[in-house]
Ligand binder design. Structure first.
Ligand code: GDP
Ligand code: MG
Ligand code: ZN
Length: 285
């Protein structure tokens, strides 16, 4: 008998597949594993016994983190650990290239709203929406929940910003969370693999999040990976303008006229300068 379901988590070559009736731990048919793209959390699959025998065509696929069939990515940020704007920039670019809309949820606003204000300044024109929330007090959660309703959203962001805490709050659960180390002020990685949680029409993919090491873009892709540059870049003199100093660059002009943030643009130049020419990283987690 063949069942259909969705991969809700994966670990060490085993996949949890949720069907209408039950959850089955599966392995994958050999030919699926070697097909290059593999199987990822979010995939809709066909199962025979305990074996995934086929993967349905994906609506989309995000590589960092590795998930498919999502409606949006929620970037979670907070005061602590301090936000890394380079990471957020790169994440937005990656998602944009993969065709996935982004929103930002600034968590821990019970401590301070400083990060929320900085995120508003930097990203208002880059993402669909910016929420201010607290998993501790529940502030802002109604608005976030309204957005999440009837969607599948992947939560991403630095460790310890509170991704799992938000899932716990929304679903009234008690999944394991981590601490921000007092010594390094960096987060500990508590969530070690991605997993889909589902309740009342809300599907959230909780992930271990990203770090500087596992999110990178190719140099050639960067100039067209900025959603907020798009409405200007069509007017650049050269259709392949990289916006790094070419004549009659409409993006640079927009920066001079404060239509694009100066900080966002200077980080863009830095990211471009440091990007790799060639793909020497694997497209997996
Ligand atoms: N003050 C405050 N602390 C929070 C909030 N959300 C999470 N935390 C704390 O931040 C730490 C990391 O949370 P966790 O959910 O594991 O972060 P994750 O790594 O992004 O999943 C934990 O100690 C939480 O108690 C919040 O809204 N306010
Ligand atoms: Mg977590
Ligand atoms: Zn340009």
């Amino acid at each position: 008998m063949t069942l259909t379901g969705q991969v809700i988590s994966s670990k060490a070559g085993k996949f949890s597949v949720k069907t209408d009736e039950c959850e089955i731990i599966c392995s994958a048919k050999g030919s699926l594993k070697i097909k290059g793209d593999g199987i990822c959390v979010g995939d809709k699959v066909e199962v025979e016994g305990n074996v995934i025998v086929s993967v349905f065509k994906r609506k989309n696929r995000l590589y960092r983190p590795n998930v498919s069939n999502v409606d949006a990515a929620i970037i979670v940020a907070a005061d602590l650990p301090e936000p890394d704007f380079y990471l957020i920039d790169k994440f937005i670019s990656n998602a944009y290239l993969d065709g996935i809309p982004c929103v930002i949820a600034v968590n821990k606003v019970d401590i301070s709203t400083k990060t929320y204000e900085r995120i508003l300044e930097n990203y208002s024109t880059c993402v669909e929406k910016i929420f201010s929330v607290s998993a501790k007090t529940g502030e802002g959660m109604d608005d976030l929940l309204l957005y999440l309703k009837d969607k599948t959203c992947v939560f991403t962001g630095q460790s310890a910003v509170g991704k799992t805490s938000i899932v716990n709050y929304l679903f009234n659960r008690d999944y394991q969370t981590g601490e921000v180390s007092e010594k390094t002020l960096k987060g500990r990685q508590t969530t070690t693999s991605s997993r889909i949680f589902e309740e009342r029409g809300v599907k959230i993919v909780d992930t271990p999040g990203f770090s500087a090491l596992n999110i990178d873009l190719l140099k050639k892709d960067i100039p067209r990976s900025y959603p907020d540059f798009e409405r200007f870049s069509t007017q650049c003199k050269f259709s392949d303008c990289r916006h790094i100093g070419e004549p009659d660059c409409a993006v640079k002009k927009a920066v001079d006229e404060n239509m694009i943030g100066k900080d966002r643009y200077s980080r863009f130049l830095e990211i471009y300068k440091n990007a790799k020419e060639n793909k020497d990283y694997g497209k997996k987690n």
